[in-house]
Design a binder for this molecule. Sequence first.
Ligand SMILES: [Zn+2]
Length: 398
Amino acid sequence: MKYRDLNIQTQREAPNNARTEGFSFLVRAGYLTRENTSTQLGEVALNHLRDLSKELSFLSQLSLSTIGNDNELFFPIASGSIEVAHCPNCQYAERLEFARLTKTPLPKEEELPLEKVLTPDCHTIEALANFLDIPKERTAKALMYTRVSDNQFIFIVVRGDMQLSEAKLKQHVGDVRTATAEEIERSGAAAGYASPIGLREALIVVDDLIPRSQNLVAGANETGYHLKNTNYARDYSAEIVEDLIQAKAGDACINCGNPLSILPAMSLATRKIYDFENILLALSETNHDSKGLTLPHPAAPFEVHLMQVSGKEMDTRLKAEEIYNNLQDQKISVLFDDRDERAGVKFNDADLIGCPIRVTVGEKGLKEGMVELKPRKEKENQLVHLDNIVEKIKSILK
Ligand SMILES: [Zn+2]
């Protein structure tokens, strides 16, 4: 394709809204507008990736360092909008809100009798644990929601040191909203001092660690009081017992037990449906230098960036056109900078756009039957005879 047909607009300066270098170079090279929409060049790049994705080896051809699972593929990056739990040991990776973890129950104890204790101003787990001088692991945390579809009141119990993942909860009960004070009161629960014991018409949902935890301190459903030694099965039961916990950094991996890391990331694919915009961005984050993009073959939208430098005696442009047609006949994809710009401007733009090989047609070389060829990632030009261009390009791209 020709530079002028694509209406490419490169920028000297990084956009001031650039959050990452990859985004900055995509804008400067003319693939994206500052408003993050694709230009014509951007569409060519995306369509190229789309075509490439029909090949089985697509992902390995991109040379991106990704993490993922059967469902989703992630690219870790500081500016990423999602959080992923990742095990560096076994490569387990999952969106944080759905990540599974290995939970360690406290040592099994004999069940002790319920005991109601006065706990003034203890409406948080922190305050309760401090007041009773016990670790948070020995408390039961209560959360109250209402199901959106039928206004069913839902009472959730997780161990006091853990956080509920609303996403996991919703997988089991459907969409929910926070319960109102009225709904809480109607169930017989007391906000800040709530437990599932003795509730009316509540759907009780507990984390799967709760049945393995004895003698937890829970609310007495009476303001100012808690119950010591509550025990699942003996004192209450649940309709749903499932993993409801949101993992945090350092939690044990579900597969191998090693500590999980939490990484910001972006999603590159969901169930083999690729997000090509994100893939192009990930490629740009990974492949650039101080001058611009250094897109790898075959991910780059063009294999060759062809340009001519105007001469004094010869029509370099005519020769460049000839080479352009010849390369295309040989199934080599070419971006032809057909403008009458100064050489320096064209060199800079070629570096920004980042095709793997630059071919420059100049008067001096042509007199010897040669053109200049420069792989984007290398410093030196090579002089190549006109007859050998195709062969040389193919050997570099191999
Ligand atoms: Zn692991």
